[in-house]
Design a protein around this ligand. Structure first.
Ligand SMILES: [Zn+2]
Length: 188
């Protein structure tokens, strides 16, 4: 059977299924899965609320399958002083991000925020020291202020929220991404 014919049959079946559901094919079928909202709240974010908004905008700009908005408390942004920034993912797109105010004076607060949200979106750490990689976290040093995911990281998030997650995206706590910077120069 020619592929074009298969496509026609599939289109007919899809139309029939939609008719059964009472839907009409007003919009063209999207190439990817439906966009999923990731609702976050800054009600506990204190001085980091604006960074959360910026980080959400970055993730929205770099991905196709998610839309971060202040529409609920699936993701709670909060902060602490000491003990380290971390992300506590309860499931994909759900959990809590905690920003350490001390680390935010050493590292870029926006990079910390975008990185920790990356965990909520299903990304693991990748401590390779490369500033172009968002999930390299503190391994790229305090001078690295890049808050943007690489194309591969963004694509992985899209895949996580698409049909088949690439990685384990269930409950997990991510700590230790932002080690205290060395107080003395490295010895050669
Ligand atoms: Zn991390």
């Amino acid at each position: 059977m020619r592929l074009s014919k298969v496509s026609r049959i599939l289109a007919t079946l899809a139309a029939a299924a939609m008719a059964t559901l009472g839907l009409t094919a007003v919009q063209a079928a999207p190439a990817s899965a439906a966009v999923r909202n990731v609702c976050y709240t800054t009600s506990q974010a204190g001085p980091f609320a604006s960074y959360a908004v910026q980080a959400a905008a970055i993730w929205n700009n770099y991905t196709n399958n998610i839309n971060m908005a202040q529409c609920g408390s699936n993701l709670v942004i909060s902060y602490t002083t000491g003990g380290g920034s971390y992300a506590q993912r309860t499931s994909l797109g759900n959990g809590r991000v905690v920003i350490d105010t001390i680390q935010a004076q050493q590292y870029s607060p926006l990079r910390i925020m975008t990185h920790e949200i990356g965990h909520i979106l299903g990304l693991p750490d990748n401590y390779n020291g490369n500033c172009a990689i968002l999930m390299s976290g503190g391994s790229a040093g305090t001078s690295c202020t890049n808050p943007y995911p690489s194309s591969a990281e963004a694509a992985r998030v899209d895949t996580n929220f698409g049909f088949a997650p690439l990685s384990a995206t269930g409950a997990e706590v991510f700590t230790g991404s932002w080690p205290a910077p060395a107080t003395t120069p490295a010895q050669h």
